[in-house]
Design a protein around this ligand. Sequence first.
Ligand SMILES: N[C@@H](CCC(=O)N[C@@H](CS)C(=O)NCC(=O)O)C(=O)O
Length: 211
Amino acid sequence: MSYIVYGNRRSGSALIELALDVIKAPYEIRNVDLDADDQRGSGYASVNPARKLPTLITPQGERLTESLCILVSLDERHRSANLLPPPASAARAQALRWMCFVATELYPLVEINDYPQRFSPDDETAPGIRNRAREMWRDRLKVIEQNIEGDPWLLTDGFSLADIYIAVVSRWAQQDDWRPSNIGRVERIAAAIARREETADTWARHFTPTR
Ligand SMILES: N[C@@H](CCC(=O)N[C@@H](CS)C(=O)NCC(=O)O)C(=O)O
């Protein structure tokens, strides 16, 4: 049995597919249409109780949710793929530091951008809430931008899962016009993943053409 990824185009499942591409592990994709709200149906609730993407089913049949947990678990189980620097190294601590930043400071804002009515007491305030989330989104992406030390990767030690996390999450919240002149280093990471042989097809399937 191979890995099974529950996902949708342009969603967080891209993170997991790209990591599996680097590992060269086979996987099957099960589409959950976010535009049709399929994640809210009872069928998917039995797969992921939070009713969100991504979910990964391992070849052993384990159910993994939460993108950060899935990525770190994949590194632990496929150490020879060098997804993250070695345990206890200074470089690993920095990669985990910025992956946590993406998971806790940036990723949650996408729910406010995509579903502002969930956070709003009425229809009138929803657009303002979304706009504020987008401002915070841009501020926090700039924090990442200012802390990219490698070229093109986050770490001077080279590629890591932190690059996949930064590249994918930065595609969201309708910031295509803003990104190039404001977060050039993040754009270089995304371009490098889009070019890399193992990840190019998956990147193109999710993010080309951009919108
Ligand atoms: N904490 C979760 C967040 C997942 C998440 O927000 N996923 C989005 C797609 S990228 C989703 O499923 N949204 C649908 C919804 O909120 O109804 C993780 O890191 O996996």
